[in-house]
Design a protein around this ligand. Structure first.
Ligand SMILES: CC(C)(COP(=O)(O)OP(=O)(O)OC[C@H]1O[C@@H](n2cnc3c(N)ncnc32)[C@H](O)[C@@H]1OP(=O)(O)O)[C@@H](O)C(=O)NCCC(=O)NCCS
Length: 310
């Protein structure tokens, strides 16, 4: 690594960075095939550079690694956001030298909270753990036609929802927000009222991007699950994939098989409608989700890593 120099990322580095990303992504696909097969790497780098600063690692004039982070703000305050295309290296050991340089400028610009997405395997995660990062969220995928042998509750009925279900759905969606707000997640989200959530969801049935299911038990809606046609063009979004955006079972009805029945129905619907991969994500600290989705066959593709410098 002696001949490696780290410089500010400039436009002339885009093509080289795209090549590093392509090589890294092909290695990732070899371990985890449920990813985008042929993304436009240069486009991804250009997108990642918007409102971002970062660095490249060079051997001579050849790019061997890069790290970019968008300067962002929001409920969390100023932070750095670097998605799956935000860094790549030919050698994961380069991560520490890249981060050392990039973090120096982020920190002096007042950005002390850093979010980084990395392939969910030991080789790519450990260099970040050694830099003080921890697991914040998982992105995951499973084949639609893989095992679906998780029967739900015997008396549960799963059906596509209708606009008439809106208020009951809003109440269930609010329960998801409350779950994220509680320990140990302590999410920064502001829990909206049921009326505000209903307003947000009002268009769901008019938009082609969404397919929504509800679960009925003893004539009452006790669960909901939303599928979302996530746009392709991202490393984590394979073609013919559909995203499981969120799911909730009413607190009093959890552990009875409602969630399993909803998941099975969603997978069956996805199969019948020509999708081959289902993606989802969850917060590492949402303990019920962190247990439930891996048991339903979802395997991690990327980890969102987080470091907050006190
Ligand atoms: C995640 C969530 C949707 C699961 O819903 P659920 O209806 O409780 O799910 P199920 O009852 O089908 O399964 C829960 C567990 O109970 C088990 N279970 C189901 N029926 C059972 C039964 N009859 N006897 C014993 N165990 C049973 C399941 O196997 C599962 O355990 P496992 O994941 O270890 O296999 C629910 O916990 C929830 O709403 N959480 C809050 C919102 C949230 O975090 N959503 C996910 C992120 S979007």
């Amino acid at each position: 690594m002696a001949s490696v120099v780290v410089r500010e990322f400039e436009s002339r580095h885009v093509a080289g960075a795209a090549e590093v990303l392509r090589r890294a992504h092909l290695r990732h696909i070899a371990r985890q095939p449920l990813l985008a097969l042929d993304p436009d790497y240069q486009r991804l780098i250009h997108r990642e550079r918007e409102e971002a600063t970062g660095v490249v690692a060079l051997v001579g004039e050849t790019v061997v690694g890069y790290l970019l982070g968008r300067h962002a703000s929001g409920l969390l305050g100023p932070h750095v956001w670097s998605t799956a295309a935000g860094h790549a290296t030919d050698d994961p050991e380069l991560i520490s030298v890249l981060y050392q340089e990039a973090a120096a400028s982020w920190f002096s610009a007042g950005l002390s909270r850093h979010f980084i997405f990395a392939p969910a395997d030991r080789e790519h995660i450990e260099p970040w753990f050694r830099l003080g990062f921890g697991a914040s969220a998982f992105q995951a995928a499973r084949p639609v036609d893989g095992p679906r042998d998780f029967d739900g509750a015997r008396d549960v009925l799963i059906r596509l929802s209708t606009p008439e279900d809106l208020l009951e759905i809003a109440s269930l969606v609010r329960e998801l927000d409350l779950q994220l707000k509680a320990s140990p997640s302590f999410s920064e989200i502001v829990v909206a009222s049921e009326e505000a959530i209903a307003q947000d969801w009002r268009d769901t049935w008019e938009l082609d991007d969404y397919t929504h299911f509800v679960a009925e038990l003893e004539g009452r809606i006790v669960g909901q699950l939303l599928l979302y046609r996530r746009p392709t063009g991202d490393l984590r979004v394979p073609s013919r994939s559909i995203d499981l955006g969120n799911a909730t079972t009413a607190v009093a009805r959890r552990g009875l098989g409602v969630g399993r029945a909803l998941t099975t129905a969603a997978l069956e619907w996805a199969s019948a409608n020509g999708f081959s991969v289902m993606t989802t994500d969850w917060r590492a600290t949402n303990l019920v989700a962190a247990r439930f989705w891996p048991h339903r066959g979802f395997g991690a593709t990327y980890l969102r890593l987080y470091r907050s410098i006190p």
